[in-house]
Structures are given as structure tokens and as C-alpha cells.
Design a binder for this molecule. Structure first.
Ligand code: CA
Ligand code: CA
Length: 80
């Protein structure tokens, strides 16, 4: 019975791990265009600074694509 409990605990930990790694703030692409505008990011980060937004918009098109969003989060420009 002990080995079943250990296996169960290991299984629970294995299943819980992905949930623990998904602690990033959900982002809202309100118009569904796949890009994040400054106003859309404000829905997730109400205190976001416009300078941080421009720093994250590396191609300068005025929107954050998924790559720019990930890079900005990885570099600490955007909060998680
Ligand atoms: Ca959008
Ligand atoms: Ca961009």
C-alpha cells in the first residue's frame, strides 16, 4: 500500500508541475488580431508604463506580437 501512496504522490506532483509554471499574468487580445496594443496590455497591467511598451515593441509597429511579448517578459520589460 505504501508504494501506491508514493506513486500517487509522485503522480500528483507531476500533474501539478505544469500548473505551477503557468503563473504568468493572462494577456487579453481583445480584438483577436494576435497582437497586443497598449490599451489591451493595460487590461492585464493597469500600471504599465508607456516607455516599457515602446521598449517591448522592438519592430516599432505600435503593437506587440507574441515574440515581442515573450521576449519582453523574459527580459523583465513586462511583468510575468
Ligand atoms: Ca489585439
Ligand atoms: Ca511590434
Amino acid at each position: 500500500m505504501t508504494s501506491i501512496r508514493v506513486l500517487s504522490a509522485a503522480l500528483v506532483l507531476t500533474l501539478a508541475t505544469p500548473a505551477l509554471s503557468q503563473t504568468a499574468t493572462p494577456l487579453t487580445d481583445e480584438n483577436g488580431d494576435g497582437m497586443l496594443s497598449f490599451s489591451e496590455l493595460l487590461l492585464s497591467y493597469p500600471t504599465l508604463d508607456i516607455d516599457a511598451y515602446f521598449a517591448a515593441d522592438t519592430d516599432g509597429d505600435g503593437f506587440l506580437n507574441p515574440h515581442e511579448t515573450k521576449t519582453a517578459r523574459d527580459n523583465g520589460i513586462l511583468p510575468r
